[in-house]
Write a protein that binds this ligand. Structure first.
Ligand SMILES: O=C[C@H](O)COP(=O)(O)O
Length: 261
């Protein structure tokens, strides 16, 4: 965490919580985060598509300082693509963010770097901020190729994306072996790859662009390990899966700076 980049804690609900559960969850989050001086951290929720309208109504109606986004989008802006959701539809629902290239999309839906790149472009066409995920599996980690692997995914995702668009992007380093396993990367592991991603941005663009980009860590983040992760220079927040489904725990994660010991 470095002054100048506002920390972002984003809860990726994955395929959990229907729209009624979403309303109850956001209400509990709002209750836990509603003091006026809690503005040092940007808090986002990333619900399933079917929850977005309910979340929008709640956030707008109660003027909550919680932003929200989707977990994926189509690379196309409209047309005969059964089952797809366009960036324009998400923008109309007031989404700020959209997750792109999550390892579960890469693994279960065979998304490759070219498709991830097309989705980043679709997000920008529709004024959505990508939360672009990269990260290695266990075999790559064991072979020592984790930095090169994550940097290569970054290169593929950002092909032909101009500097002014990259500056507003959010990156998320999520080692696949740490997702939903309870196996959290050490703060030093997180810093190693997040630092390498920032250095690569400086090479591809320049230091000014690299310094603006927020880089999150994701993988078994909980209230008892967030502080060590956030203490790292190049880690600007967290992409939280399982722990974001428990509003009490998610509030504690968002309030990481207030925890003692
Ligand atoms: O998008 C979130 C990540 O996949 C992390 O999930 P997790 O916190 O359940 O390990």
């Amino acid at each position: 965490m470095t002054a100048g980049r506002k920390p972002l804690i984003a809860g990726n609900w994955k395929m959990n919580l229907n729209h009624l559960e979403a309303i109850a969850t956001v209400q509990k989050l709002a209750f836990g985060l509603n003091d006026k001086d809690f503005d040092k951290v940007e808090v986002a929720v990333l619900p399933p598509y079917t929850d977005l309208r309910s979340v929008q109504t709640l956030v707008d109606g109660d003027r909550l300082r919680i932003v929200y986004g989707a977990q994926d989008l189509s690379p196309f802006d409209g047309g005969a693509y059964t089952g797809e959701i366009s960036g324009a539809m998400l923008a109309k629902l007031g989404c700020t963010f959209v997750v792109i290239g999550h390892s579960e999309r890469r693994q279960y839906h065979r998304e490759d770097d070219a498709l991830v790149n097309a989705k980043v472009k679709a997000a920008h066409r529709n004024s959505l901020t990508p939360i672009l995920c990269v990260g290695e599996g266990l075999e790559v980690r064991r072979s020592g190729g984790h930095v090169a692997h994550s940097v290569a995914q970054l290169d593929g995702a950002l092909r032909d994306i101009p500097a002014e668009q990259v500056a507003s992007i959010v990156l998320a380093y999520e080692p696949v072996w740490a997702i939903g396993t309870g196996e959290v990367a050490t703060p030093a592991d997180a810093q190693e790859v997040c630092g390498a991603l920032r250095a690569r941005l400086a090479e591809l663009y320049d230091g000014e662009v690299a310094a603006k980009v927020r880089i999150l860590y994701g993988g078994s983040v909980k209230s008892d390990n967030i502080s060590g992760i956030m203490a790292q220079e190049d880690v600007d927040g967290a992409l939280v899966g399982g722990a974001s489904l428990d509003p009490g725990e998610f509030v504690k994660i968002c309030r990481f700076g207030e925890m003692s010991g």
